[in-house]
Design a binder for this molecule. Sequence first.
Ligand code: PMV
Length: 323
Amino acid sequence: MYSGGQGINTRPFERSAPGKIILCGEHSVVYGRPAVGVPVSTVRSTAWVASTPSGSGLRIDALDLQQSALLGDADADDPLALCARLVLKSLSAQEPDAVLKVHSDLPIASGMGSGASVAAAAARALSASLGHELAPSAVSRITHEVEKIHHGVPSGIDNTVIAWERPVYFVKDSAPQTFAIHTPFKLIVAYSGIASSTKAAVTAVRRRFEAAEGYYSVLFDCIGAISTAARDAVEQGAIQTLGTLLNENHELLTKMGVSLAQLDELVVAARQAGAMGAKLTGSGQGGNIIALVDEETVAPVRAALEGAGATRIWEATVGSSDA
Ligand code: PMV
């Protein structure tokens, strides 16, 4: 199946990338305040490359979307085509005769970074098929460019966490600071069933910020302080404190206007069932919430979230190899 071809090695090239969760700091990160993101390694995107007959060019198959396009025919704003073009440019490589296939277990438009994850996996697989393993910094840079198609002006937290696959304390336009987790902790990620547009949510916050800069600056400062405290809590293994910080962050996001009644209901259901903390994660206006649980509360919180209308639920242990 993966027989040789011009410019392509003879073995299958499969690479993957994780999903991500923003623990604290979404939206305020766009305004220069710190945010904390962690990878979710159990829910991933995968891409692989197989050679095709000489002269056929590069075809990109987005399997989940049932879309297939030749690189030469793809529009400038086709995310996977841009990803492939950036990889070829960075390697000074010719377009290979090959097919690049991409699949993701991450739901689209949910706040788990599906776009960035797919782009990172695709960049890695294409580059590997051309004989070069991309460094995390290169994966992050390419993925950030691709994210601009989806999001306009992304802060860079998604591509950074996904490319480095490490917990990151992130400040826009600064070098990413990865950090260690003292004690692994368990998160439940619950999908509201409502697709959310990061671009729309970020634009809405921008409009409200411009109408009330002083108020929003205070909200952003408070959230920035929560992000710093959350990183410290994670580094010290102060998991109860982390829970309190998640709760406080959610209240501030609500004040910012990016929550929805359905998200608030999920958050309240998780807390009432014993979660140490819960908040929306990502851009809001739909998408996911996260709930911080332990071995005893994971089952009741899961059940409460299902009862409150979550349409999909994942569990992630952050800081252990199965995260
Ligand atoms: O991609 P999402 O939906 O997880 O949200 C990204 C986080 C925002 O802070 C809302 C936007 C950004 O560019 O950081």
